[in-house]
Ligand binder design. Structure first.
Ligand code: KG4
Ligand code: ZN
Length: 343
């Protein structure tokens, strides 16, 4: 079974071909990161325009690398939400046109389900290893959710952020510290040289598995103002050591909160394993701490498969295809699409 996966929900135009849901034949990503970097965040208008410019060549390249023609495909999977409406429309319309012209089945995929199924690209079928239920922490620029993964296609939302997503918090903190965009990788890099000498809170919500990162973000801003690293001083160069210490403490706080909540969820739901996904799951401290503290196996895709890509959409599409769950050509974008939660 050969599936083409198309992803345009945010700032990456991505297309990939995956065989049998787990074997990557090609994985092409046209990143827009440099275009958005000068604005310190994603500009939706620029994102949609750039997707339009890149989509055709990205898909052609993914087929060429896989040494396939469009007629060889068994399914065309595309992200139809959640994400930026104008960005999603580009991928969905392109996928619909391809499906219409070729009669190949269309598969509308939830972006978060894509992040979950990225793990199959590493050769794991979570059903066998470690077995359901699994607590999945999906942390990205737009989401921070704890999802009880109960079976293929069966999910229960057990925790979520009440304000900012973890990736969004990383991006905003990096902006305050003058570290550029995207913030997560920049903070991780700088934090390696930092010491945990500055105190920032560990935000927790009582009797709940929910997250809240906006207070931490404000605490970081206040600390940066107090230590005179923000606004950036004009008359002297920034104190790199101080910035590294703030970055290290900030990363430590987010990681500690995410690890603790995930471990609480494991206890509460007697889950057999942990599954990480989404851009923030590329964070090395999060990966290391989760493994160190967990009593159950921790599954996580390679960092490159944690950030947005087309292969994860194809992997999720494969599961839909073998269950006979096709989309009609009326498939629409749903910017706030939820996973079909059972609760
Ligand atoms: O999943 P993703 O590629 O796109 C969305 O669906 O949003 O996630 C992007 C987010 C950004 O906020 C970025 O700063 C964050 O993931 N990120 C990281 C790391 N790499 C990417 N955050 C922390 N540490 C990283 N190494
Ligand atoms: Zn994502």
């Amino acid at each position: 079974m050969l599936i083409l996966g198309i992803e345009t929900s945010c700032d990456e135009t991505a297309a990939a071909v995956v065989e049998n849901g787990n074997h990557i034949l090609s994985n092409v990503i046209a990143s827009q990161v440099e275009l958005h970097a000068r604005y310190g965040g994603i500009v939706p208008e620029i994102a949609s325009r750039q997707h339009l410019l890149s989509i055709e060549s990205t898909i052609t390249e993914s087929l060429r690398t896989a040494n396939l023609s469009i007629q060889d495909l068994d399914g065309i999977a595309v992200t139809h939400g959640p994400g930026l409406a104008g960005a999603l429309i580009v991928g969905v319309n392109f996928a619909k046109s391809l499906a219409y012209a070729t009669n190949i089945p269309l598969l509308g995929i939830n972006h978060l389900e894509g992040h979950i199924y990225a793990i199959e690209l590493e050769g794991f079928n979570p059903e066998d290893n470690p077995g359901f239920p699994i607590v999945s922490l999906i942390a990205s620029g737009g989401h921070t959710e704890l999802i009880l993964f109960k079976g293929h296609g069966s999910y229960e939302l057990i925790g979520r952020t009440r304000d900012d997503a973890a990736g969004e918090a990383f991006d905003k903190a990096a902006r305050v510290l003058g570290l550029g965009f995207p913030g997560g990788p920049a903070i991780q890099r700088v934090a390696k040289k930092g010491l945990l000498e500055i105190l920032l809170p560990r935000p927790t919500i009582k009797n709940s598995l929910d997250f809240s990162f906006s207070g931490l973000k404000t605490a970081l801003l206040r600390k940066a103002q107090e230590l005179k690293v923000y606004p950036p001083p004009i008359e002297k160069t920034l104190d790199k050591e101080l910035i590294a210490n703030i970055a290290a403490e900030f990363q430590d706080s987010i990681v500690e909160v995410m690890v603790n909540r995930t471990l609480e969820a494991i206890e509460l739901y007697k889950a057999k394993g942990i599954l990480l996904g989404g851009g923030v799951a590329a964070n090395s401290q999060l990966r290391d701490e989760m493994i160190k503290k967990s009593q159950v196996p921790v599954l996580m895709p390679n960092p490159k498969l944690c950030t947005d890509n087309g292969a994860m959409i194809a992997a999720a599409g494969y599961r839909r295809l073998i269950q006979g769950e096709f989309s009609s050509l009326n498939l629409d974008v749903i910017p706030n699409l939820q996973l079909s939660y059972d609760n």
